[in-house]
Design a protein around this ligand. Structure first.
Ligand SMILES: N[C@@H](CCC(=O)N[C@@H](CS)C(=O)NCC(=O)O)C(=O)O
Length: 241
């Protein structure tokens, strides 16, 4: 049994894993787990990831959750080019530094605008006041300022002159709010970095993987799984407050 990747390309960390595997010609079977259909609650998927989240990996009898761990596993197993996760100790530490900061700062904030503007209305039928969107956009702006000042500075990529796992994890998150508002528009440094990342990944692959998120409005007539609604209810109540 070969490598299987369980993904939904609406999910940011899934896009990072997909891009990484495709870009590095890693052979895998794409196992589509549609979150809005609640397919991650199926018993079969629970055997791959007891946490019931995507991305997840299955390689023979070995299973693995968490995007960062999956990317590192793939980079080691397939001996991918060094720039993704440099062997130089200090460069590698810079990737680790970004990845440690990423989850609570970029990931913690970049997904929210889409929830406020698209997913919550879709799931609950309720539209939230514009101030709610403004609130999360303001929080994201703080994270973006730190991203530019601390991690990007005046470099081409987060770790010098080549793309690494840090850039990959960052870009997939920063593409998430794009259907709601263009966060790159008034940020030339961020926008130029995005172009470089897109170029390094390959424009065709980049567009392919972001097709769903760039056409997010087409989701408006999707049927949401009732179990998913129930599972999300506490989180939604918190976000709607
Ligand atoms: N820390 C995890 C996050 C995984 C995660 O939150 N996945 C979301 C999609 S972006 C998910 O599967 N959510 C389903 C749910 O919580 O019901 C990673 O980086 O892989």
């Amino acid at each position: 049994m070969g490598l299987e990747l369980y993904l939904d390309l609406l999910s940011q960390p899934c896009r990072a894993v997909y891009i990484f595997a495709k870009k590095n010609n890693i052979p895998f079977e794409f196992k589509h787990v549609e979150l809005f259909k609640g397919q991650h609650y199926r018993e079969e998927f629970g055997k791959v990831n007891i946490l019931k989240k995507v991305p997840a990996l299955k390689d023979g009898v070995f299973t693995l959750a968490e995007s960062t761990a999956i990317l590192l596993y793939l980079s080691r197993k397939y001996n991918t080019p060094d720039h993704w996760y440099p062997s130089d100790t200090q460069k590698r530490a810079r990737v680790d530094e970004y990845l440690s900061w990423h989850h609570t700062n970029i990931r913690g904030n970049a997904g929210k605008p889409l929830w406020i503007k698209v997913f919550i209305p879709l799931i609950t039928g309720q539209t939230l006041p514009p101030e709610k969107l403004q609130e999360v956009m303001d929080e994201l702006a703080i994270a973006l300022k730190q991203f530019e000042e601390k991690f990007l500075q005046d470099k081409l990529f987060i770790v010098g002159n080549e793309i690494s796992l840090a850039d990959l994890m960052a870009i997939v998150e920063l593409m998430q709010p794009i259907g709601v508002g263009d966060i790159f528009e008034d940020r030339p440094k961020l926008s130029e970095w995005r172009n470089r990342v897109e170029e390094a990944v390959g424009k065709e692959l980049f567009q392919e993987v972001h097709k769903l998120i760039l056409n997010i409005k087409e989701l408006s007539n999707i049927q949401i799984d009732p179990q998913l609604k129930e599972h999300l209810a506490p989180m939604l109540r918190k976000m709607m407050k």
